[in-house]
Structure formats: structure tokens, C-alpha cells
Design a protein around this ligand. Structure first.
Ligand SMILES: [Zn+2]
Length: 310
């Protein structure tokens, strides 16, 4: 069963306290929440989990109700996630295209949520909202119906207009402490040097597959185009794994690749790579949940984050 608990977000006690308070008393959720702080420390993960719980028909994030099921299969009609890789425009007055502000207002906000008590509109990178769109959005923020809640994510508050900031509640996120990262690694039995130096192979994966994965990571980790090639290779590997025909477990394989990524990121510029390592941990946590067919989504999210940080 999916857990997807907000407690899985580590080292962000401050943000967690806000979110818990709002989930306990949904009447107090403001029309706009602004999650801000460095990349790769859990903003998006917490926004997702918060939404998952808020939309749940049992108000628990049960994982079983129609809302939870729709959410986990990326098809929740009341969970609108704007693109995080292109500018967000105001849109045409007549027939505005999807994921423009006019589309959001005319085709979504004006209607009741379909499935849940609330609708959530998430901007994973609110700095992508262009000027004109931002102005149009201001009005909706002021007049947003009670059922629609906005979440803006941004790595620096200065990327938002003061007029927007003043309409929201700003929730701060911080860099994770090095000690916490180490603790997470140890708790999960991921002590890397030991794993690679020792003979212990907890994955039961053939040596040649480990070797191939190490080579792929090593040669593709340094720039974003190569990273995208690695992402494609990993996605295709699900169906093309000649070395390993029997008992192939794609999730286990991806977990191993996550470990190798962490290993390389921790080898040099460890401090600089902490946000990337964090993203990989989030990826691995997603895998642990074992939700069918979630891997491509988790991979896309991971590589999008890694490319942005590279
Ligand atoms: Zn539920």
C-alpha cells in the first residue's frame, strides 16, 4: 500500500509543522502557499504529499480511495501541476491552450473540483510564470474559490513579485545538514565505500550488470545532455536487458543505479553535490513504495532535477 507520508520528508521540520497544521485544520489553508528554499531539499516532495493527503477522500492519505488511486496514477482531475520546463503564459482570450493562466481560470478554477473536496494548482517552478500571466493570476489569487488552493515553489523569493508574495504564506525550506545526509545513508544501509569495496551484494544483481551500470553512470554524469541519454538508457533497459533475462526486477536495478549515482556524486565536490544526492535519495524513497509503473515518472523527475542542478 502506498504510504506517501509527509513524515518521509526529513530535515524540514519548520515546513512540516506548517503543513501538519493545515492538514489538521483545512479551514485555515490559505489560498496561496509559497514553498521557497534551495533546490533538491524536498519542496516538491512535500507539496506532492501535502496534496495527496488534502485530496484524499478519507483525509488520511489512505492510498485506497478513488482520490488516492487517481493521484498515484498521475490522473487526479483536481491536482493540476504546471510544467516546470517552459515559460507559463497568459494564453489566448478565446480557446486558451492548456496550462496557460486563461485556461486555468476559464476551464478549471470556475468549476467545482471533480473528485475531491479541494483542487490544488501547483507551480513546481513559479519563476516561470511570465509577467503578463502573473498579473492575470493575481486576480484569481484574490478571488480564488475556497476549494482551490495554489502552491508556488521557487528557489528564491526574489523571483516572485512582491504583490504575489504578499498574498501568500511563505514556507521556508533549508539546506539539509551534512550529518543528516550521512545518517540517512547509514540508516538505509547505503554506506557506499563499504558496499563497493566489500563482497556483499545485497541486490543479487549479476556482476556484469553492476559493471555496465557503473560505466554508464560514470560516462554520463558530467553534463546535462549526457544525463538525458542516461535517462533514456535506463527507461529502455526495462525491456532490453539481455545480460539479465531471468528474475529481472526493474525496481531493484534502478535502486542500484541510484546508489551508484550517490557514490559518484559523493566522490568529488561532496558539499556542492548535496542537493543532487538529496534528489537521488528522494528517487530511491519513491522506488521503495513499489507503486506499479511509477518508475518512468520517478526517473523523469530525478533527471529533470539533476539536469537543473548540473
Ligand atoms: Zn485516500
Amino acid at each position: 500500500m502506498a504510504n506517501f507520508s509527509i513524515q518521509e520528508i526529513q530535515g524540514q521540520d519548520h515546513a512540516l509543522r506548517y503543513v501538519e497544521k493545515y492538514l489538521q485544520n483545512t479551514n485555515r489553508i490559505p489560498p496561496l502557499l509559497i514553498f521557497y528554499g534551495p533546490d533538491g531539499v524536498g519542496k516538491w516532495s512535500l507539496a506532492e504529499r501535502f496534496s495527496f493527503h488534502l485530496l484524499c477522500l478519507n483525509s488520511t492519505g489512505c492510498g485506497l480511495c478513488p482520490s488516492c488511486k487517481a493521484f498515484l496514477s498521475n490522473s487526479h482531475p483536481d491536482y493540476i501541476v504546471f510544467p516546470s520546463d517552459s515559460k507559463i503564459a497568459i494564453g489566448e482570450e478565446k480557446e486558451p491552450s492548456e496550462f496557460t493562466i486563461r485556461w486555468l481560470i476559464a476551464k478549471r478554477i470556475n468549476f467545482q473540483p471533480h473528485l475531491s473536496q479541494f483542487r490544488i494548482v501547483l507551480f513546481p517552478d513559479a519563476s516561470l510564470i511570465n509577467n503578463e500571466a502573473e498579473t492575470a493570476l493575481l486576480k484569481s489569487l484574490e478571488e480564488a474559490p475556497k476549494h482551490t488552493k495554489f502552491i508556488f515553489i521557487v528557489n528564491n523569493l526574489s523571483k516572485l513579485k512582491q504583490t504575489i508574495i504578499s498574498r501568500g504564506i511563505c514556507v521556508p525550506f533549508y539546506y539539509l545538514k551534512k550529518s543528516l545526509l550521512k545518517e540517512v545513508a547509514l540508516n538505509k544501509g547505503l554506506y557506499l565505500e563499504e558496499f563497493f569495496g566489500g563482497s556483499l551484494n545485497p541486490y543479487d544483481i549479476p556482476g556484469e550488470v553492476i559493471q555496465l551500470s557503473k560505466e554508464m553512470v560514470e560516462t554520463h554524469i558530467h553534463d546535462s545532455i549526457a544525463l538525458l541519454q542516461l535517462e533514456n538508457w535506463l527507461k529502455m533497459y526495462k525491456d532490453t536487458h539481455p545480460e539479465w533475462k531471468e528474475d529481472f526486477n526493474y525496481t531493484t536495478f534502478l535502486d542500484l543505479v541510484g546508489l551508484i549515482l550517490i557514490y559518484y556524486y559523493s566522490q568529488n565536490n561532496y558539499d556542492q553535490n548535496i542537493p543532487k544526492i538529496n534528489c537521488v535519495f528522494e528517487f530511491k524513497q519513491g522506488l521503495i513504495k513499489n507503486i506499479a509503473n511509477l518508475e518512468p515518472y520517478l526517473l523523469s523527475k530525478l533527471f529533470y532535477q539533476l539536469c537543473n542542478l548540473t
